[in-house]
Design a protein around this ligand. Sequence first.
Ligand code: CO
Length: 163
Amino acid sequence: MAKLLEIIKHPNKILRKVSAEIDLKKLKSPEMVELLADMEKTMIEKDGAGLAAPQIGKNLRIIIVNNEKENLVMINPQITKKSWGRKTELEGCLSVVDEQGEIYYEKVARHKKISGIYYDRQGKKQKINASDLLARAIQHEIDHLDGILFIDRVEEQKKSNYA
Ligand code: CO
């Protein structure tokens, strides 16, 4: 049975590390199968649009993105193409909460469309073209693997707009 994992909150150093690539040979190991199931359960129970492994305390390049009917488990994901056009929408993160412990939302500009590659839970290489919400969630989650939080993007935007 999959377990609910604890979500690491900002400011925790784990959220700031660059995560390590997954050795695809280890994807079938019982530990990895369990980790993926636990992450998926945690994302669903916490009602997240996505979840990255650093958020549950593991600096590994794994993200899960909520994609309507089927959740996308993405191992070693990479963005290979980004649209020039961006879209600004409210964004929040299970790891970024206010003094009351509530998730809060801020507007973030993200590439409207992206293309990417990743490995699925069977270790099969997959390609994806995503736009709007799905593209936003993938960009947000991959940022976690590089130690970047959406609040950093908000800060960057404020600087570039008012410099
Ligand atoms: Co997040």
